[in-house]
Design a protein around this ligand. Structure first.
Ligand SMILES: *Cc1c(COP(=O)(O)O)cnc(C)c1O
Length: 432
C-alpha cells in the first residue's frame, strides 16, 4: 500500500511514520516538515553491513554517501552504526568533524576540490582522498611533501560501464566530468605516476556507475572491469591495489512502478564476481567499499505540507497548492522525478482524485508532481509526499527567500528536531 515499509495508518485514519502520527507532527512542528524514521535509517545501514559480513567475510566498509542527506545528527547515527561516510565538500567534511566523526573512515570525493578543502582533509587525516584528476594528484603530492605528510589516495576511474535504472551500457570512453578513463590509458598512466609520488600512497581504485539502479548487472560488469585493471597494475607495474570501491547508486521505491532489489543482493552478486576473479587470476582479494546514499536515507523520509489552495481548471487539471515546493524538493523541476503522495489526515480513504501538486515559488515549473493520485482533498489538509529522505533537504534552497523546513527524526514512537526550521532572521544573517 505504501512505498516505504515504515508508513502505516492508525485508528484515526491518519498516516503514521515509525508509529508516530504525522498529523500530530504537522501540528506540533508546523509545515513544511521533513520527517525521517531513524530506525529505518539504521536498518538500512545494517543490511548493507551484514551483506559484507555474509558474502565477503566482513572485509569491507560501507560508506554512507552523505550528500543524500547531511546534518550533524546523521553523522552521529552513522558513527553509532559503525559506518564510514563519503563527503564531497569542505562543508560536509566540517559538519561530520564537528560531531567527532572518525576521520579514518571518511572518503573525500569531488572533481574540483579546492586547496582549502584538500588542506582540511590533510589536517584531519581523512582516511581516503579520492583523486579525480592529474592536477589534483600533483597538488596533493606537493602539499604533502611540504607538510611532511603522506596521504592515502584512491583514483576515481571511469570503468566504461554506465548504469541507468533498468540497464547498463558499455561505452568506449564515457563522457563524464568525473575521473580517469580506462580505455584511453589515462587511468594506467595516472597509476604509474601515483606510484612514483613519494608523498602519496595509492591504496585503491573507485568507480560509481550511476544512481537509482534497480538491478545488479551494471555492478557485476564494473567489478569485472575494475578487477582486470587491478590485475594489469599488478602484472605490469608490480603494485598491489588493496582497496576496491564500487560506489553507490542502489535503487529505492518511489512509486509502485519501481521494483528495487533487497540491498544484500548487490553485495552478493559483486562478491561472486570478485571471488571468482581472484581465484582464477591468483589475485589477492581487495578490501571492498560501497557507498549507498539514497538507499540509506531516501525511504526513511517523508515531507509534510499544508494544502493552501485548490484550482480546478475544467477539462485540464486540478492544481493543489502546498506551502513548500521546489525549495524543499527540487527533484521534480530538475528531473521530473515521480513521487507517491497522500492526504495524511485522510489516509484511510480511497485515492480517487488526480491532481497536480504545485509549490509556492514564482516558477510555473515549481511542481512536486503531475497526475498524482491522492485522496479527495481540501484546503487545510496535510499532504504527505513519500520517500523524500534523500536529495531533498540536502538540495533545498532559499529561492524566493523561503525558509528551509525543520527536520524531525522519529524513533521508538517519539520525535525530536535534528535541524531547526529557519527563521526570518536566518535569512538575513549574512546580508550586509
Ligand atoms: C552520489 C554518489 C554516491 C551515492 O549515490 P546514491 O545513488 O545516493 O546511492 C556514491 N558515491 C559517489 C562517488 C557519488 O557521487
Amino acid at each position: 500500500m505504501f512505498v516505504s515499509k515504515n508508513l502505516n495508518v492508525n485508528d484515526k485514519g491518519h498516516l503514521t511514520i515509525g508509529d508516530v502520527d504525522t498529523v500530530s507532527l504537522a501540528e506540533n512542528y508546523g509545515t513544511p516538515l521533513y520527517v525521517m524514521d531513524e530506525d529505518l535509517i539504521r536498518e538500512h545501514c545494517r543490511s548493507f553491513r551484514k551483506s559484507i559480513d555474509k558474502f565477503y567475510d566482513g572485509q569491507g566498509l560501507v560508506c554512507y554517501a552523505s550528500k543524500a542527506f547531511s546534518c550533524k545528527e546523521i553523522y552521529r547515527v552513522m558513527q553509532d552504526e559503525q559506518m564510514g561516510i563519503d563527503v564531497v565538500s569542505g562543508g560536509e567534511l566540517y559538519t561530520a568533524l564537528q560531531t567527532g566523526f572518525d576521520s579514518s573512515k571518511i572518503c573525500f570525493h569531488g572533481n574540483n576540490k579546492t586547496t582549502e578543502e584538500l588542506q582540511m582533509a590533510l589536517d584531519y587525516n581523512v582516511g581516503r582522498i579520492v583523486v579525480d584528476n592529474i592536477y589534483e594528484l600533483h597538488q596533493l603530492d606537493e602539499m604533502c611533501g611540504k607538510q611532511g605528510k603522506k596521504a592515502n589516495i584512491m583514483f576515481r576511474i571511469k570503468p566504461g560501464v554506465d548504469a541507468h535504472t533498468h540497464n547498463f551500457i558499455r561505452t568506449g570512453q564515457i563522457d563524464s566530468k568525473f575521473g580517469f578513463a580506462l580505455e584511453t590509458g589515462e587511468a594506467f598512466e595516472a597509476v604509474k605516476l601515483a606510484l612514483s609520488c613519494e608523498n602519496l600512497h595509492l591504496c585503491g581504485l573507485h568507480c560509481h556507475i550511476g544512481s537509482q539502479i534497480l538491478d545488479t548487472q551494471g555492478f557485476e560488469a564494473a567489478a569485472e572491469v575494475m578487477m582486470s585493471f587491478i590485475e594489469k597494475i599488478k602484472l605490469e607495474l608490480g603494485a598491489e591495489i588493496s582497496d576496491l570501491n564500487l560506489g553507490g547508486g542502489f535503487g529505492i521505491q518511489y512509486t509502485e512502478k519501481d521494483d528495487p532489489l533487497p540491498y544484500e543482493k548487490f553485495m552478493e552478486s559483486v562478491a561472486k564476481v570478485i571471488n571468482t576473479f581472484c581465484k582464477e587470476h591468483d589475485i589477492k582479494r581487495p578490501f571492498i567499499l560501497i557507498e549507498p546514499g539514497r538507499s540509506i536515507a531516501g525511504p526513511a523520509g517523508i515531507t509534510l505540507y499544508t494544502i493552501g489552495g485548490k484550482k480546478v481548471i475544467p477539462d485540464i487539471r486540478t492544481y493543489v497548492s502546498i506551502d513548500g515546493g521546489m525549495c524543499d524538493n527540487p527533484r521534480y523541476i530538475l528531473y521530473q522525478s515521480e513521487y507517491d503522495a497522500l492526504v495524511a489526515n485522510k489516509a484511510n480513504q480511497e485515492k480517487t482524485e488526480t491532481v497536480t501538486v504545485a509549490g509556492k515559488c514564482c516558477e510555473s515549473g515549481d511542481l512536486i508532481g503531475e497526475g498524482m493520485l491522492i485522496q479527495p482533498c481540501e484546503v487545510g489538509d496535510i499532504l504527505a509526499v513519500c520517500a523524500t529522505g534523500a536529495y531533498n533537504y540536502s538540495m533545498s534552497s532559499n529561492y524566493n527567500r523561503l525558509q528551509k523546513p525543520a527536520v524531525v527524526f522519529v524513533k521508538d514512537g517519539e520525535s525530536r528536531v535534528v535541524v531547526k526550521r529557519e527563521t526570518l532572521e536566518d535569512l538575513i544573517r549574512n546580508d550586509c
